[in-house]
Design a protein around this ligand. Structure first.
Ligand code: NAP
Length: 458
């Protein structure tokens, strides 16, 4: 076999990090060719299935990704699961380098009794469900209760709270999935209680997202001013953090606002941790949550940690959404750091878990590289760093055994994988946008893998 002329790179995961890695690579090495794999038939990862459906402006970042999909140096290969349809070793055989950008698909757990009761679920699953993720089509969030508790005060918690508190009319202008729109329109939830384990100054939400809670059509935001008393230590800790200071100002504005007697209420509470979820008489369904009051204690590094005081309170709630962060998972054949749930790496170069030696030709970017933090744009700088690392390595020195682009497609065909390429995605996209236009919505998503695959065939 002739040595490969162009640098052939596989990118695993067609979310923001995958696209930014591809963009940076094509910019810095115009002769490179890329195959971009995703386990789902549709690209865009968390932009399509994580960003809230009523945040269409954020979702419009996909225009940049669409331009890359139209570049003939990049081939989209959707509905291909690396680790199942293709092994890491297959990638070695066909590419000089692989950049893994498969994100952090799992959710973090609380580790408290009752967490698996009916009505208790991860916010990340709920988000995937209302965004029409095909793997979550069967989720039944049981919106027949009066009170929902959201645990965590990050941006995902705000998204979930807003979606639970919006009216049908507010949701209908988004690209929320049809089943979720119907279920939420019939929701009995009237009170959404959001709980932070630390204080209001330590909350992780962004100011814009927090402010948006106060702008909903039919929901009052209720903040107890007593919850906004911030210690000198907390004030000192956020002295150089303008976002935290603005967040406090917004919370103070919300606390000062008289309730308008609207039909739903969002309660923002702090310094409380759930310690148990209690079942109803049937023993299967969430009925209440036991919360422990916390105080803040300085750690050695100056940050403030929540410590239980032993004082507890009981809150009746029929739904519990744990929104305490995402978590990465191991991919077969790839090193993994169990403690931090990331792939061990040095500036994006994958390292073996045991000795920390570089693994030739393998790289990571995005949440599987650095953990589930930052906004979409954060992944651009992260991917650029990884690509710089990749290009500083002597990759043509490790020529793949079979660099023929047709060989990968032939392999997938032999394994019976129905691959969705960029044209297939365009057919899905056009059909969804067309269905949306007919009902005055940005798009109506296909909610199952079968429907996506059928639409990709046209
Ligand atoms: P996050 O920002 O890390 O927030 C997680 C929250 O869970 C924090 O309040 C954290 O409190 C709390 N928490 C963690 N463990 C807990 C426990 N055992 N008990 C109680 N509370 C616990 O995570 P996220 O909300 O999942 O968001 C992930 C990333 O996506 C973030 O970078 C976020 O900004 C981004 N995102 C952005 C947008 C947007 O821009 N519109 C929307 C969604 C997500 P501590 O601070 O005390 O740890």
């Amino acid at each position: 076999m002739e040595p490969a002329k162009a640098l052939r790179v596989a990118v695993v995961g067609a979310g923001p990090s995958g696209f930014y890695a591809a963009e940076s690579l094509l910019k810095q090495r115009p002769e490179a060719v890329i195959d971009l794999f995703d386990r789902l038939p549709a690209p865009f990862g968390l932009v399509r299935y994580g960003v809230a459906p009523d945040h269409q402006k954020i979702k419009s970042v996909t225009k940049v990704y669409d331009r890359l999909l139209a570049d003939d140096r990049l081939r989209f290969r959707g509905n291909v699961e690396v680790g199942r349809d293709l092994t890491a070793e297959d990638l070695r055989r066909h590419y000089h380098a692989t950049v893994f950008t498969y994100g952090a698909a799992l959710d973090r757990r609380l580790g408290i009794p009752g967490e698996d009761l009916d009505g208790s679920m991860s916010a990340t699953d709920f988000v995937a469900w209302y965004n029409g993720h095909p793997d979550f089509a069967d989720l039944d969030p049981r919106l027949d209760g009066h009170t929902a508790l959201v645990i965590g005060v990050g941006n995902v918690a705000v998204d979930v709270t807003r979606v639970l508190a919006k009216t049908r009319a507010e949701l209908a202008v988004s690209d929320i999935s049809d089943p979720a729109l119907d279920a939420l329109a019939g929701s009995q939830v009237r009170d959404v209680v959001v709980i932070g384990r630390r204080g209001p100054a330590e909350a992780k939400w962004s100011t814009k997202e927090l402010r948006e809670l106060g702008e909903l059509e039919d929901a009052d935001v209720i903040v107890d001013p007593a919850d906004l008393v911030v210690s000198d230590e907390s004030r000192a800790a956020i002295a150089d953090d303008p976002v935290a200071r603005r967040n406090l100002e917004v919370l103070e504005e919300l606390a000062a606002r008289p309730a308008r007697g609207l039909s739903r209420r969002i309660h923002l509470r702090f310094l409380r941790s759930p310690i148990a979820i209690e079942a109803d008489a049937s023993g299967t369904r969430v009925a209440a949550v036991v919360l422990e009051r916390n105080r803040l204690e300085a750690r050695d590094d100056g940050s403030l940690a929540a410590r239980g005081t032993g004082v507890t309170e009981r809150l009746e709630a029929q739904l519990v959404f744990r929104s305490v962060g995402y978590r990465g998972e191991a991919m077969p054949g790839l090193p993994f750091d169990e403690r931090w749930s990331v792939v061990p790496n040095d500036h994006g170069r994958v390292l073996t878990a045991r000795d920390g030696d570089p693994v030739p030709g393998w790289y990571v970017a995005g949440w599987i590289k650095r953990g589930p933090t930052g906004v979409i744009g954060t992944n651009k700088a992260c991917a650029v760093e990884t690509v710089s690392t990749l290009l500083s390595d002597d990759l043509p020195g490790i020529a793949p055994a079979d660099a023929d682009p047709a060989a990968v497609d032939a392999l997938l065909a032999r394994r019976g994988v129905q691959v969705v390429d960029a044209d297939g995605w365009r057919r899905i996209d056009a059909a969804e946008i067309g269905a949306g236009a007919a009902v005055g919505r940005p798009r109506v998503k296909f909610g199952t893998r079968e429907a996506l695959l059928a639409a990709s065939r046209g």
